[in-house]
Ligand binder design. Sequence first.
Ligand code: ADP
Ligand code: MG
Length: 217
Amino acid sequence: MLRAQDLVLDYRSGHSVAHAVNTVSLAVEGGSFIGLIGPSGSGKSSLMYLLSGLKRPTRGNVIFEGQEYSSMSMPGLMSLRRHRFGFVFQQHFLINYLSALENVMVGAVKRNHETAAYAQELLRRVGLSDKMRKRPYELSIGERQRVAVARAMVHKPAVVFADEPTASLDQATGHEVISLLAEYRSQGSGSVVVVTHDPNMLTGADRVLQMRDGQLN
Ligand code: ADP
Ligand code: MG
């Protein structure tokens, strides 16, 4: 469903070049939970940015459902991301003056009664049924991250990309967030790609890819 071929991403500053991603090929099957693990600076985030079209590779290509990113315009790629992908980051990036429910609706592509009902269902599923009207600052860090996970799923994306989603959380709360992501894959809704440096978070993954110095091994 999602395929990368010989991806290279170089960062150039002055005369020095950092090979953040160095000739990586991989395939993400539909409905799978892929873990991407490796030390800090190994290129995990860079690879995720390439797979999700947030960055253009120096060389190589990414193909999603038969379409090559390199053949798409910037707005076309933006629209693909908005409609087909969901994102969770270490920071939740919630809007402080909106309620939890309104924050989830930010991720919705269509704002109608059906989506609003689904947003509420997601918040119930992540254990926040009694906190839908709360603002982010009234929630714990773990609760905020669960709102961010619901926001990433509300438009039923084909792939949810999560970059260190548990890095600010304690182990127990981290596991809760990961199981919500794993559950999304189990329901047959889509695939999940989780980037982390903590192997404990990937016990439920279908496949774990190890990254080191820009390469998979
Ligand atoms: P990870 O997510 O595994 O910590 P990154 O993808 O963030 O790794 O970084 C991979 C490498 O690319 C590192 O050596 C990092 O210093 C370098 N890098 C990342 N972002 C930039 C940037 N914007 N400019 C220059 N170098 C960068
Ligand atoms: Mg990173």
